[in-house]
Ligand binder design. Structure first.
Ligand SMILES: Nc1ncnc2c1ncn2[C@@H]1O[C@H](COP(=O)(O)OP(=O)(O)OP(=O)(O)O)[C@@H](O)[C@H]1O
Ligand SMILES: [Mg+2]
Length: 359
């Protein structure tokens, strides 16, 4: 197990979940592994009476997490909605891990997702030999979640074609999944619910039908409010990812993270943080998740080709790649920003030079 690149949340944070369960004397909804209070603490972090420290997973408004957790305890499904890279998938996985101890009942939504992925399919070899039988049925994560009273996750709901999305309506409103071929149905057990994630920005997304929308409570995850908050998110994720990848570089100085996040926020907002200089925004989203990648690839560069300490030259290529998604328009935007902002800012000359070099 040591060499698994990415553990499921319930495995990676097994100790935290166990410590929380030990201390958790509050009422748990049917089939939940933890109370809503403990799930919130798992997501937001905190110190237990035993002195054990639970690390924060989501950095932001705790109220959003409370609404999400409370929704899961009702008969309405949860939709985490928002811009790319705002931790929708991350929160979805941790919620399922904390509530059920299992985040693996997952349907990945794509343009090719068909009804079978949500309902059930058939093992055709057996179907041909035996005809329809329970043994020939291939269950979906949704069906397992219903039978066992667990949480099913649907990633990128809006990428799924609209007519396939509608399969969910019966499941969510009737809490049953009919299997007419076997003259039976699977009824959802207590604890069953669905967490879906969707973003409204990417190309190729379908709209959610209003009938489906009504079955969900929507929680919109926002971009981080302030520079400090975003710096903290990046810092925290970079240090845990760096450990997992065993990068030979030193933990980055907060200053470098601050520079990257500042650039992202200014380009997103179209104006410098002090409000003095207007800048153009590139076409890409420049999400927090991308800032994390920029620092991470910088650390790889610093560790393998540099002196182990993250410097402007190590970040320049990653930064340029994150900002220039359209080779013509975004390049102009980035060049202008480099000239008018980066070049003029005190102590940023090294970054200006490094970025010009790779352009
Ligand atoms: N507010 C936040 N608190 C903690 N981590 C965050 C926050 N915002 C972003 N992240 C980090 O950003 C990374 C990407 O998040 P995630 O993949 O969940 O985004 P997403 O919203 O699902 O994006 P997409 O729409 O592209 O699927 C994760 O590693 C997550 O830890
Ligand atoms: Mg996602």
């Amino acid at each position: 197990m040591q060499s698994v690149l990415r553990q499921h949340a319930e495995v990676q944070y097994a100790e935290e979940l166990a410590e929380l369960a030990k201390e958790d004397k509050r009422q748990r909804p049917p089939n939940w592994q933890l109370s809503p209070w403990a799930v919130r603490t798992y997501l937001m972090g905190g110190k237990l009476k035993s002195g054990f420290v639970v690390s924060p997973k989501y950095i932001g408004n705790p109220r959003l997490i409370e609404i999400a957790v409370a929704t899961l305890a009702t008969d309405r499904a949860l939709l985490l909605y928002g811009l790319p890279g705002t931790a929708k998938s991350w929160v979805s996985e941790h919620l399922a891990a904390a509530v059920m101890g299992d985040s693996t009942l997952l349907v990945q939504g794509t343009a090719g997702t068909d009804e079978n992925a949500i309902r059930y399919g058939w093992n055709y070899a057996r179907l041909l030999v035996e005809g329809p039988s329970p043994a020939a049925l291939v269950v979906s994560p949704m069906m397992v979640a219903m039978k066992e009273g667990k949480i099913a996750r649907i990633e990128e709901l809006t990428r799924i074609p609209s007519e396939v999305q509608d399969t969910l309506i019966t499941i969510l409103s009737e809490k049953t999944l009919p299997v007419p071929e076997l003259n039976m149905e699977v009824q959802a057990h207590k604890g069953f619910n669905v967490i879906a994630t969707a973003n409204n920005r990417d190309k190729g997304v379908n709209e959610l039908s209003s009938a489906l929308m009504r079955r969900f409570n929507t929680v919109v995850l926002p971009l981080p409010d302030s520079l400090d908050e975003e710096v903290e998110i990046v810092n925290q994720r970079v240090s845990s990812l760096g450990k997992a990848l065993e990068l030979p570089a030193e933990a980055p100085a907060l200053e470098e993270i601050r520079r990257v996040v500042t650039i992202f926020r200014e380009l997103r907002a179209g104006v410098t943080l002090d409000g003095k200089v207007k800048v153009k925004s590139p076409g890409g989203t420049l999400s927090t998740a991308e800032a994390i990648s920029v620092i991470n690839s910088g650390l790889a560069m610093a560790g393998y080709y540099g002196d182990g300490e993250l410097r402007a030259g190590d970040m320049a290529a990653g930064l340029t790649g994150a900002i220039i998604k359209d080779p013509v328009q975004d390049r102009v935007v980035w060049l202008e920003y480099l000239q008018t902002v980066v070049k003029e800012r005190e102590g940023w000359k090294d970054l200006y030079r490094a970025c010009r070099e790779v352009l």
